[in-house]
Design a binder for this molecule. Structure first.
Ligand SMILES: NC(=O)c1ccc[n+]([C@@H]2O[C@H](COP(=O)([O-])OP(=O)(O)OC[C@H]3O[C@@H](n4cnc5c(N)ncnc54)[C@H](O)[C@@H]3O)[C@@H](O)[C@H]2O)c1
Length: 387
């Protein structure tokens, strides 16, 4: 008789991360983290579990917490059941999140895996001797940590600056996933919609391309004229900022910059416009200012859907997805970026932590890109698995 077993999405995701599984099998033999504690502050969702299990296979003792707003309770339960120490839980409260970071750092981990710079920025204020170095995952974290290089004083490899992460995750996966998020939140179509994408970096390029492929009329706004020219030559319309806001049925921000859309823009917004953010920090759309503006007379909250509608005095309605938090990790059943893109990015993470743990890097390697030989190794391994 055929046996069957019931498995969870965490297990589906883990079994789909073929590169991490192969890396974990190797680490189980080589034990690069034996005797070391790794502290992590990264989105706690199913793909992260695959990374954490890989680090643990390599002998690491783990102490983990999440990022603001994106912690998935099922993931926390799963990790705890596997005996991994998880600090805190889901919160939108920056003060509570800061407390989790402090508790984690009080354990003085040997290595840190950061996502957005919360751990290393805190280490600058409260340094400790045991720290060997670590990794930072994101664009936002790199920008935040660069001015602190001297004060950090240990090797920190920035995963975001690997070409693999740039094209596999930021360009292809973030675009697909923000597009998926728009449909998942709203169940609205993309056909014929005027979509304005703010920011034409790697994430914005993928986002603009995905909406265009889904039959939307896409405009791009980028404050850097050279990048805006690139968007123009890629065939997107590049109206002036105010015109892009005025015409949009959907506005997506993916800049990494604060205050991209503010209360001053309320008079420009079209009735029924949908606003969503894909940038790491929930400060691109100043949602709290939009809510509190005198022209907002009432707010309807579709609580389960994580959609809110601002009703303006002149009758217009403005819909905001996920409170302006990163849409692909917010709302009902957030899926985040595709498994394959994260399998690649997290294998870079695992290999970079292995390199830092080896002690072969000096402190001049602080907030620098992934070494090229690691990129080549990870790319070859992925291609081999897919031939
Ligand atoms: N949602 C996700 O899963 C996910 C994944 C990776 C990165 N991110 C985040 O997405 C954001 C963008 O990442 P990226 O790698 O594309 O960054 P990037 O630096 O490559 O590109 C950002 C672009 O935005 C432009 N810009 C800056 N301020 C602007 C403004 N006010 N209006 C219009 N354009 C403006 C810049 O000129 C630049 O071209 C970051 O916050 C990053 O951390 C999110």
């Amino acid at each position: 008789m055929t046996s069957s077993q019931s498995l969870s999405r965490i297990e589906w995701t883990g079994n789909s991360c073929r590169l991490l599984r192969a890396t974990a099998a190797e680490f189980a033999r080589t034990q690069p983290f034996r005797g070391l504690t790794i502290g992590t502050a990264i989105h706690l969702e199913p793909k992260t579990v695959a990374l954490l299990m890989t680090l643990r296979a390599g002998g690491a003792n783990l102490v983990v917490t999440g990022n603001l707003n994106s912690t998935q309770p099922d993931t926390v339960d799963y990790l705890r059941a596997k005996g991994i120490e998880v600090i805190g839980g889901q919160t939108q409260d920056a003060g509570a999140h800061g407390g989790f970071i402090d508790t984690l750092l009080a354990r003085e981990p040997d290595l840190l895996l950061d996502n957005g710079g919360d751990l290393f920025a805190r280490v600058v204020e409260h340094p400790y001797r045991a720290l060997l170095g670590g990794t930072e995952e994101t664009t936002s974290g790199r920008t935040r940590l660069l001015p602190m290089r001297e004060a950090i004083g240990v090797p920190v490899l920035v995963i975001n600056d690997s070409p693999i992460k740039q094209f596999a995750e930021n360009r292809h996966a973030v675009g697909q996933s923000l597009f998926e998020s728009y449909m998942r939140f709203t169940n609205r179509s993309t056909n014929g919609k005027r979509v304005s994408v703010f920011g034409y970096g790697a994430c914005g390029k993928g986002t603009a391309a995905c909406f265009r492929n889904a039959y939307s009329a896409v405009s791009v706004v980028d404050t850097d004229p050279v990048t805006a020219l690139e968007a123009h030559l890629d065939g997107f319309s590049t109206p002036l900022r105010e015109d892009a806001i005025r015409s949009a049925d959907v506005i997506v921000t993916v800049t990494g910059a604060p205050a991209v859309l503010t209360a001053a823009d309320l008079p420009l917004l079209k009735d029924g416009v949908i606003l969503l953010n894909g940038g790491h920090v929930p400060h691109e759309i100043l949602v709290e200012d939009l809510r509190n503006d005198p022209s907002t007379t009432s707010i309807d909250r579709y609580v389960r859907e994580s959609i809110e509608t601002l009703n303006l005095a002149d009758g217009r309605k403005i819909h905001i997805l996920g409170g302006g938090h990163m849409a692909n990790l917010a709302g009902v059943n957030p899926l985040g970026n595709s498994v394959e893109s994260m399998d690649l990015g997290f294998t870079l993470q695992a290999r970079c932590l292995e390199r830092v743990a080896s002690g072969k890097l000096d402190k001049s390697m602080c907030v620098v890109p992934v070494p090229a030989d690691i990129d080549a190794m990870v790319a070859s391994a992925y291609l081999d698995l897919n031939r």
